[in-house]
Design a protein around this ligand. Structure first.
Ligand code: FMN
Length: 225
């Protein structure tokens, strides 16, 4: 396809995407969910860490969790009632420069032996201590891996919109309680990971009542002189 046509198609997907809270009964096909999830899987992460997991809940699983989650998720009331699928984005905890996860990521990238390994770990030690001041702060380490999941979140929502599937990103819930619910159901390991956000997917019941609101483009996009 020609560049102009691709740009038009991508822009149309961005124009079509709005936060959709109420969905109709149509189920998203498995192949379409897999296409969306591939864009999370293939998303970039800092130092190639991939310190994340994406937990997929279909309607049946959402139904099992609905009552418990609705109690603690003010931002997901209608989505929990109507969405075809939920994806819960999880970030790894305690990914220090000397952790197994960092070592595994280096092995995956062919940097797992000898001097290459040692020099990379030293680089990441400097990065996490001198540059980011996070190596000894579990909350800061979690926030670092959590930030990266938002790249996957954006990619999934754009990919979905490209094929006419609607979505809503969700942060409106009590984190401790949501983690506890998923842990109780055996869906996450709270010692190793925590929820960063969720996203609902489905087909909109109706178009939004209000026009999209955005700051003026020139106030946000600034070209250096
Ligand atoms: C990180 C993030 C968290 C959000 N959390 C919620 C939420 O909990 N519940 C909800 O209904 N909408 C949520 N939204 C949707 C925003 O309210 C919405 O994206 C914003 O108002 C812009 O509208 P638009 O997405 O329709 O363009 C969230 C959006 C983002 C990016």
């Amino acid at each position: 396809m020609e560049k102009t046509a691709i740009k038009k198609q991508v822009r149309a997907a961005f124009d079509h995407r709005v936060a959709v809270r109420v969905y109709n009964d149509q189920e998203i096909e498995r192949g379409d969910m897999d296409y969306i999830l591939d864009t999370a899987w293939l998303s970039p992460s800092s130092i190639g860490l991939e310190g994340w997991r994406f937990l997929v809940l279909d309607r049946k699983h959402v139904a099992d969790l609905r009552d418990e989650l609705k109690e603690i998720a003010w931002g997901a009331q209608a989505q929990l009632d109507t969405a075809s699928h939920f994806v819960v984005l999880l970030a790894e905890k305690d990914v220090r420069y000397d952790s197994e996860s960092i070592k595994d990521s280096l092995i995956r990238r062919g940097l797992g032996e000898g001097d290459a390994l040692d020099s990379r770990i030293k680089l990441y030690q400097d990065f996490q201590t001198r540059d980011m001041d996070m190596a000894d702060n579990p909350r800061a380490l979690f926030d670092w891996t959590a930030k990266q999941t938002y790249i996957a979140l954006g990619n999934m929502m754009t990919a979905a919109s490209m094929i006419g599937i609607d979505s809503c990103p969700i942060e409106g819930f009590n984190y401790d309680k949501a983690n506890a619910i998923l842990a109780k159901h055996g869906l996450i390991n709270p010692d190793k990971e925590g929820i960063t956000s969720m996203v609902s997917f489905g087909y909109r019941l109706r178009d939004p009542k209000h026009p999209r609101s955005r700051k003026a483009r020139q106030d946000v996009i600034v070209w250096a002189d």
